[in-house]
Structure formats: structure tokens, C-alpha cells
Design a protein around this ligand. Structure first.
Ligand code: GLU
Length: 433
């Protein structure tokens, strides 16, 4: 089984979506189930409703899942596992106060050494512990030998016991820490492959050490995906970059198919540039994912968005634009010439169907033309329409074309009217107003 393990602490980040997509592709290719595990144990950071939003987002991207698990429901197992580690003397109660730990940290800083736990409580006798009423956390003893693992994208890693350290697995309130809950859950759900962001890499030796301490010997395959950088600044895409939020991209009118295409394309060298998620199942090979960081280039995403809009069924596009007629989907595609997103195309159609009272610089001509069109019979052909208006009003050339374009589209420039007119001729009653 594979798992996608989002924390419900904010809008879904494109990096997380990329992880979800890669998990989805691999689960299909390996023919293994994909579990969605909501990592909700950090109660202070959880935001109500974000779990549902993440699940809706996954559905929007056609990432299907059968099972959703909430990490908080497993706390009883996390506690039991911590008890086992205590009984086996692989973990110990640590009574060190926050102040004492802070002093140790300051000392390490002064000495310019990385901070590590002093080991002070590691050898306290059971009797002393029994007599001590002070609050305590539970720490896992650092490993006795190096922790090694192979990442399928990034290669071999080896961490010394000193790097792993004796770290906290249960907090003072006896809730599990992130690494402990995550590691136990990967074990309980019999996870075979973990795909996640490379920001999680330092946690991996700790999580392996937890499972090894419990005697769990199934090796988990790890894949840590490179982080995504802001194209301009070259820094990690932060929550402040609007385009790092999947919700923002959707609201701006980027199609899920185009976003998915883009997130697979960066850091991969695919046989074709424009593809669907289903198509990529055929050739996608996780071993070929680039090790290096990926840069988020919105211009490229815009290009892919236009390509996916072009590929879309006209009726479906029309529905996405808020209508239910394939002709309006075709019209939307004509606007691709000057629009990158669904939102931009929508605004063109909104302008078209809005009330247009007057046109600056052509007030008289527009008034005349609008009245003429309101009184006109149904005319199917665009050239015949122009001829009819000229006959009735004497308007010609610029004085005809500019007010006519405005009356038909709500704009003074845009794609060829002769292409647009056949698609909107049945809507003149709603357009000329
Ligand atoms: N919950 C972590 C996150 O949202 C992911 C942890 C993992 O995949 O192991 O970043």
C-alpha cells in the first residue's frame, strides 16, 4: 500500500499536490492501494475544514482513493508502541526541564557544535523514576549503529547515531510526536513505498530507527521529491507565493489536467510535453525523476493550460465556463488567442453577455447600430448582417465595425467577428442589450 499523508494545516501546496500525483501514478503502476492519511495530531496547527478541502482537491485531480484514515484515531496504538519501547529499555522517560534543555542548546551554540541531547536521563534507575513526580517526555535511545537507506530518486543515505540522536517520541501530555505517529502508521498500514517531499528527508532515519527498535523488518522504499522553487527568486515556493496554492491556481482558471501535466513535467524528461494523467501512466518511470530542484514557471503552466483547453470537449468547456452549449465551448477556444485561463475566457463571455449602454467616441453610431440590431430579423450570415446594418443606417467601415464589435462582444478588439458570429447568432437577444 502507498500513502499520501497531508497535514490539514493550510491550503494544499503545489509541492504536496505533486507528491499526491506521484503517489497516484505509482499506486496504479504497482497495482497497490493508495491510502489518504490525514496527519492531524498537531491540534494547534490544524485548520477546521482543510481535511475535506484536501480530499475534494484530490477528487478534482482524479486521484482516486478508497480509504481515508485520520492519524488521531491511531493514538492508542502510538501510546502502546511507546510503552513497548519503554519496557524493552529502548526508550526512556526524560525529566529534563525546558530550561535545562535550553541551557544545553545555548552551550552548543557558543561552542559552535550541533545540539544533541545530553543523555542525562538515559540511565536513571527505575526506582528513581518511580519516586519522581515531575512531568516527563519519552525519548527513544539513539541507534547503536548507522542507519542506512536508499532513496529511489536521490540514492544512498547513511546517518550516524549522533545525527539521529535520542529524540522525543511522546510529549509531556503523552501525545505522539510527528515522527513517531508517522512511522508507526506506516508500519500499521503495511506501507511499501513512501513518496514525499525532500523536506521530510531528515525525518527518514528517525522513522526507520523507530520501526527497527520495534523489531519491524519490512523495508520501505523511499522516494523524496525535490522541492519546487520560485522561478524569479530561486527560493523555495512559500505560502506567500499565490501560485504555490492549488486552490488559488484553480480559482485563477488553471485546469486540473494542465496543473497535473505541469507538475509531472518539471523535473522529468517526458516523451511528449502535453499529456493527460492517464497517458503518462504508460511511460512514467520513477527512476527517471530528476534529483535536482524544480522551478515553478507560470508561463509554461499558461502554455499547458491553453493546450489542455484546446484539447477539451466543447460541451464540457462550455459547462466549465458556466453555459451548456457546445457552440459557446467553441467560442471559448477562439478566445485562447488572447486568454491563458478559464477565468480570462469567462470574463470575455461575461462582457459579451453584459448590458452595453454606450461606446465612448462612437456614441451616435452605437446607438443607431444597437437599435437597428434590436429591430433586425434573424440573420444567419455575418456578411449579410453587415450589409443589412449598412442599408438601414448608412454606417460603414470603422463606424460600422467598431460599434458592431462592441455590441457583439463588449470589447473594441478581439478575434475575428466572422468567426465569432456563427457561434453567438442564436443568443443575440441576450447579447444586444
Ligand atoms: N504530513 C506531512 C506533510 O504534510 C507529510 C509527511 C509524510 O509524507 O511523511 O508535509
Amino acid at each position: 500500500m502507498l500513502r499520501f499523508a497531508p497535514s490539514p494545516t493550510g491550503d494544499m501546496h503545489i509541492g504536496n499536490l505533486r507528491v499526491a500525483i506521484f503517489n497516484h501514478i505509482l499506486s496504479k503502476q504497482l497495482d497497490e492501494e493508495l491510502l489518504i492519511r490525514i496527519e492531524d495530531t498537531d491540534k494547534k496547527r490544524n485548520i477546521e475544514g482543510k481535511d475535506k478541502e484536501i480530499l475534494e482537491m484530490l477528487t478534482l485531480f482524479s486521484i482516486n482513493f478508497k480509504r481515508v484514515a485520520y492519524q488521531s484515531e491511531n493514538i492508542k496504538y502510538h501510546t502502546q508502541m511507546a510503552m513497548k519501547l519503554l519496557l524493552d529499555k529502548k526508550a526512556f522517560n526524560c525529566f529534563c526541564t525546558a530550561d535545562a534543555l535550553e541551557m544545553d542548546r545555548d552551550k552548543s551554540k557558543e561552542e559552535k557544535k550541533p545540539y544533541r541531547y545530553s543523555g542525562f536521563c538515559e540511565d536513571i534507575s527505575d526506582e528513581a523514576k518511580f519516586n519522581c513526580n515531575a512531568p516527563f517526555v519519552v525519548r527513544l535511545k539513539k541507534p547503536e549503529k548507522n542507519i542506512k537507506f536508499k532513496d529511489l530518486v536521490k540514492g544512498e543515505f547513511e546517518y550516524k547515531p549522533f545525527d539521529v540522536d535520542s529524540f522525543v517520541i511522546l510529549r509531556e501530555d503523552k501525545t505522539p510526536t510527528y515522527n513517531f505517529a508517522c512511522s508507526i502508521d506506516d508500519m500499521l498500514f503495511d506501507i511499501s513505498t513512501v513518496v514525499r517531499g525532500e523536506d521530510q528527508l531528515p525525518n527518514t532515519p528517525k522513522q526507520i530507527h523507530i520501526r527497527e527498535s520495534l523489531g519491524y523488518d519490512r523495508e520501505i522504499n523511499y522516494i523524496h521529491l525535490p522541492i519546487i522553487l520560485n522561478f524569479e527568486t530561486g527560493k523555495k515556493m512559500s505560502k506567500r507565493d499565490n501560485s504555490s496554492s492549488v486552490k488559488w491556481l484553480i480559482q485563477e482558471g488553471y485546469l486540473p489536467a494542465a496543473i497535473a501535466n505541469y507538475l509531472i513535467l518539471i523535473g522529468y524528461n517526458p516523451p511528449v510535453e502535453v499529456f493527460t494523467l492517464e497517458e503518462c501512466m504508460e511511460w512514467f518511470d520513477i527512476d527517471k525523476v530528476s534529483k535536482s530542484v524544480a522551478k515553478f514557471d507560470i508561463t509554461k503552466l499558461k502554455y499547458l493550460n491553453r493546450e489542455h483547453i484546446k484539447m477539451m470537449d466543447e460541451l464540457r468547456l462550455s459547462k466549465i465556463l458556466g453555459y451548456a452549449d457546445a457552440d459557446l465551448g467553441t467560442l471559448g477556444k477562439i478566445y485562447i488567442e488572447e486568454c491563458d485561463t478559464i477565468k480570462e475566457i469567462k470574463s470575455k463571455l461575461t462582457a459579451m453577455f453584459s448590458t452595453k449602454d454606450t461606446l465612448e467616441g462612437f456614441e451616435e453610431e452605437y446607438k443607431l447600430l444597437k437599435q437597428c440590431m434590436l429591430d433586425a430579423p434573424y440573420i444567419a450570415d455575418f456578411n449579410n448582417l453587415k450589409e443589412y446594418i449598412t442599408q438601414q443606417t448608412n454606417l460603414q467601415d470603422k463606424k460600422l465595425i467598431i460599434p458592431l464589435r462592441y455590441a457583439l462582444t463588449g470589447a473594441t478588439n478581439g478575434p475575428n467577428l466572422s468567426e465569432i458570429y456563427p457561434l453567438i447568432k442564436n443568443y443575440l437577444g441576450e447579447i444586444i442589450k
